[in-house]
Design a protein around this ligand. Structure first.
Ligand SMILES: [Mg+2]
Length: 361
């Protein structure tokens, strides 16, 4: 097992590299999968252009919010909800064109002017049900680094940091699941990985959380942007059946089945069973499966593979990138990718800060 620090860096770099590489496809891959060769070609082309013309591929809200959360944890040396909320909101108003969800601006506007309970704006969304979008999970990777040795703290911080924007249990449990996946990858860091055991360790955390929720699959909505324009919050109220969300337990069991079957599922099969959309209960399982499918390969394969699964490509590639980067470490990420994306220096700086925090704890 290798030293921990390069894996902290790998996790944070994975967030930003996955986000940047996936962002090109976000608007074009709605409810469909992509040809992996096309994705690979586009990555090569973007990287080549970036290095030749000396510009960086832009990151989106996934990286912005991950950086903010990491910065807050480092400056407060603990989870401080008011500080996190302030930073999320300030970032949004500084640069709102980073691909934020459509209705999240309501939450950020309320947070901007100061509020006694920073969890209240998110809790009020969608008739008090809260958002079940993947925005809570896309930014959670730094929490796994911050609380590397304290799993209870990790779960608590993942839960509460989610609640600032996403109050629905499905979004909260999705954030915890993603944080635990990054944490498990960090613990394994390059050593033999049994995908079935990996899934079982995730199940052991998620099942009790889902059992503790009265209505884990009740109504709500997502606040993430939908490139097709069909924002669930602005659509007519769907019937009750369409509001029922699948559990993470069922998705993880499906992943276990995929792993065990002699031939891996097609991208379309993954889209139809795990999903690839803006719901946390689709994006998080999709990212976890992508990593497990590629765990014997490389980060260089993981990112185009994940993007080829379509849907919310930047967020899913960012989350898979965080898990893969945590597992393989910094050196697995192609240097030309690191040099061609915006925010890679910031990712390294924050990873080092979080490592120092962990070392001095
Ligand atoms: Mg994004």
């Amino acid at each position: 097992m290798s030293l921990l620090k390069p894996h902290f860096r790998g996790a944070m770099l994975g967030v930003v590299v996955g986000d940047c590489m996936g962002s090109f496809w976000e608007a074009t891959s709605w409810r469909k999968t992509l040809n992996m060769d096309d994705v690979q070609r586009k990555i090569d082309e973007q990287v080549e252009q970036s290095l030749r013309r000396e510009f960086r591929i832009s990151y989106t809200d996934d990286s912005t919010m991950s950086f903010s959360l990491a910065e807050s944890l480092l400056s407060s040396k603990e989870y401080n909800a008011v500080d996190v909320a302030k930073r999320f909101s300030a970032d949004y108003f500084r640069d709102p064109r980073r691909g934020y969800g459509q209705s999240i601006s309501t939450v950020f506007t309320k947070l901007r002017f100061g509020i006694d309970d920073v969890y209240q704006p998110a809790a009020e969304q969608f008739n008090g049900k809260g958002s079940f979008g993947n925005g809570s999970a896309m930014r959670v990777a730094p929490v796994a680094l911050f609380a590397y040795q304290k799993k209870d703290t990790l779960i608590e911080v993942a839960r509460n940091s989610a609640r600032i924007t996403h109050a629905h249990p499905s979004a909260i449990i999705g954030a915890i699941l993603q944080a635990i996946a990054v944490h498990t990858a960090l613990e394994l860091r390059g050593s033999d990985l049994d995908p079935v055991s990996f899934v079982e360790s995730l199940l052991s955390v998620v099942v009790p959380l889902e059992e503790a929720v009265e209505e884990p699959t009740s109504s709500g909505a997502t606040d993430e942007s939908t490139p097709s324009g069909d924002d669930p919050s602005s659509s007519p109220p769907p019937d009750k059946k369409s509001l029922v969300l699948p559990s993470y337990q069922s998705k993880l069991l499906q992943i276990k089945e995929f792993i065990r079957q002699p031939h891996p599922p097609s991208a379309d099969e993954i889209m139809e069973t795990l999903g690839n959309g803006i719901k946390a209960c689709e994006a998080v399982p999709c990212a976890i499966y992508a990593f497990l499918h590629c765990h014997k390969l490389s980060f260089k394969y993981l990112i185009p593979y994940t993007i080829s699964l379509g849907g919310d490509t930047d967020t899913i590639a960012s989350m898979a990138g965080a898990i893969g980067g945590a597992y393989w470490g910094e050196s697995c990420i192609p240097m030309e990718w690191i040099n061609s994306v915006e925010g890679s220096n910031q990712a390294i700086k924050l990873a080092d800060g979080l490592f120092e925090f962990y070392s001095n704890a």
